[in-house]
Design a protein around this ligand. Structure first.
Ligand code: NAD
Ligand code: TDX
Length: 331
């Protein structure tokens, strides 16, 4: 089996590349990654001799076409992924997330290659804190930010290419991931690395916003289950019943790192900040038999803290620039 993994030098993609080699030792793996600020060659260093890394843009048809032609399956992770960046400058989100997905879809259509599209629960907008509802595969799309709008648009392109051109595709919409190799611009690794640096964690607004946390390895196991057993044209929601508000998460990080649980600061809120995400994973569990392995958030978070402590060389070069950009926003 020849697998083409886009965005394989990013957080979820790099974990997926490692998991793919464990799950299919005989697979041939090609990674297509532009190595933007979010891509890191070091995330693949230990397996560099077992994969092919092509540095290129998913929106470049000349690069994409020959790679797709020789693949049996394309798993598309590459994206601009950070909401705060999309509020500062939306343009790369449109180019990579929409034009990039369009470019891949045209190539898989031409070469009749199986395609899996990795997306987010943010396409559904947000829920009220007291709403008993969760997102399901039939929840209407209602994205809030340039990031989530670009992901929503890319999902709709996939659906249209399935219906109009018979492309063999599946889509997954997953909740917030945590784990090793996550860029330190994101909430959990930002606070862990702040504390390592003796800086207090930064909570946007009141910190009541709820995210439905899932360990990245559980997300990726579900992606492989969908590729192997999922129904073509279907959307699967991936989540592990991990709802927590941001304040609870910061308090737990502080406690696990040996600080007082209230030793954080409130900073400017994110404009348009989604209040709550929650996933109903019934289809994934009942149809494909998936179950999460990381069911204890506390121990998953402890392992993640240990990873950032043990891998300072991986994140240190990024820290000053990330914090300078946040400081400019009062965050
Ligand atoms: P990330 O920002 O850590 O990594 C993105 C990767 O894509 C980087 O390696 C980057 O270099 C690469 N890339 C960016 N633009 C590219 C381009 N034009 N061509 C080729 N490569 C390009 O992102 P992530 O958190 O690993 O997210 C991966 C995917 O999962 C995204 O599609 C995201 O929308 C989705 N997702 C993320 C989460 C989450 O919690 N992080 C949750 C649900 C879904
Ligand atoms: O310093 C911070 N303080 C803070 O309170 C940061 C960086 C974030 N936050 C809040 C904002 C969110 O409510 O924490 C929550 C999580 O923030 P992010 O890590 O930026 O994630 P989010 O915006 O929820 O989006 C993530 O999950 C869905 C990923 O970045 C997306 O790629 C994915 O689609």
């Amino acid at each position: 089996m020849h697998v083409l993994i886009t965005g394989g030098a990013g957080f979820i993609g790099a974990n997926f590349v490692h998991q793919t080699l464990n799950r299919y030792p005989d697979a041939t793996v090609t990674v297509l990654d532009k190595l933007t600020y979010a891509g890191n060659r070091a995330s693949l260093a230990d397996i560099a001799d077992q994969i092919e890394l092509v540095v290129g843009d998913v929106a470049d048809a000349d690069v994409v076409d020959p790679l797709v032609e020789r693949a049996d399956v394309v798993v598309h992770f590459a994206a601009e992924s950070h909401n705060d960046n999309s509020l500062r400058d939306p343009s790369p989100f449109i180019q990579t997330n929409l034009v990039g997905t369009f470019t891949l879809l045209e190539a898989v259509r031409r070469h009749k290659v199986r395609y899996h599209h990795v997306s987010t629960d943010e396409v559904y907008g947000d829920l009220e804190l007291d709403d008993p509802a969760k997102f399901t595969p039939t929840t209407p799309y209602n994205p809030s930010s340039p990031y989530s709008a670009s992901k929503a648009g890319s999902d709709l392109l996939v659906r249209a290419w399935v219906r109009s051109f018979g492309v063999e595709a599946t889509i997954s919409n997953c909740s917030n991931n945590y784990g090793p190799y996550q860029h330190i611009e994101k909430f959990i690794p930002r606070q862990i690395t702040n504390l390592i640096d003796g800086v207090k964690p930064r909570l946007y607004g009141a910190g009541e916003n709820v995210r439905d946390w899932i360990h990245v390895l559980d997300h990726n196991d579900a992606v492989w289950d969908i590729i192997e057993k999922g129904r073509i044209g279907e959307t699967y929601l991936i989540g592990a019943d991990g709802e927590k508000n941001n304040k609870e998460v910061v308090e737990l990080i502080l406690e696990l790192m040996g600080h007082d649980a209230d030793d954080y600061v409130h900073v400017n809120d994110r404009p348009g900040h989604d209040m709550r995400y929650a996933i109903d994973n019934t289809r994934l569990v009942e149809e494909l038999g998936w179950a999460p392995t990381f069911t204890d958030f506390r121990s998953g978070l402890q392992a993640t803290i240990d990873w950032y402590r043990d891998n300072e060389a991986w994140w240190r070069p990024l820290k000053a620039e990330v914090e300078a950009a946040y400081a400019a926003q009062g965050q």
